[in-house]
Design a protein around this ligand. Structure first.
Ligand SMILES: Nc1nc2c(c(=O)[nH]1)N[C@H]1C(S)=C(S)[C@@H](COP(=O)(O)O)O[C@H]1N2
Ligand SMILES: [Mo]
Length: 196
């Protein structure tokens, strides 16, 4: 049975997705070893004053809990996840962006990266998550902090984040430079870059 395109609610997965109640681990390469004491989160690029926080600094920002769907481009969707974490908007409040900045590159431990436009990051369901279904993230799922971008395919929900780089140009991240779509909206089924 096909899902009706354009629907994203608790009954239907986006087109071409298969629903699972599990939460498969999907990582390119190995889970990086992260020493929480030495964990750093930096905000760089097109901002007035760059920032570097340790885990304690970061966790001082107030967290919230949301419920969200999760759609991997390999076609599994889990429609029911609770995430607790710090809203992107709270982080944005701490910095002053330069003029005409529309994009961000999320950088991770282990050299993964993904590009996301600022308007998507500003959705109120975008979090730097520390807990999934009320349990602290396991190492394989991105501990101590991962990004969650519910309205994009899972590869944009970067695990083991170590920073945000704000940019004027939309540069491709790890998968985007290997043929994945720059936007990755599951409702529009933007899986791969179709430009030849
Ligand atoms: N750093 C990093 N983040 C990543 C990935 C990765 O390989 N490295 N894989 C992405 C992909 S393709 C998906 S679907 C989700 C999967 O998250 P999970 O392993 O917690 O289910 O993480 C995303 N974030
Ligand atoms: Mo994925």
């Amino acid at each position: 049975m096909f899902n009706e395109p354009g629907k994203l609610n608790n009954k239907n997965a986006p087109p071409g997705q298969v629903i699972t109640k599990k939460f498969p681990v999907l990582t390119f390469g190995n889970t990086p070893t992260i020493d929480f004491e030495n964990w750093r989160f930096s905000i760089t690029g097109e901002i007035k004053t760059p920032i570097e926080w340790n885990l304690q600094d970061f966790l001082q920002l107030e967290d919230i809990t949301i419920n969200a769907e999760f759609h991997c481009v390999t076609q599994w969707s889990n429609l029911d996840n609770s995430w607790t974490g710090i809203p992107f908007a709270k982080v944005l409040n701490k910095i002053i962006l330069n003029a005409n900045v529309q994009y961000a590159m999320i950088h991770c431990y282990g050299n993964y990266s993904t590009n996301i436009s600022l308007d998507v990051l500003m959705n109120d369901d975008v979090l730097f998550a520390t807990k999934h279904n009320n349990i602290p993230l396991s190492p394989d799922h991105g501990a101590p902090v991962r990004l969650i971008v519910p309205k994009r395919y899972g590869w944009k929900s970067a695990k083991w984040v170590k920073g945000i780089e704000f940019t004027k140009k939309n540069r491709p991240g790890f998968w985007e430079s290997r043929g994945y779509h720059m936007e990755g909206d599951p409702i529009k089924e933007q899986r791969y870059d179709t430009d030849q």
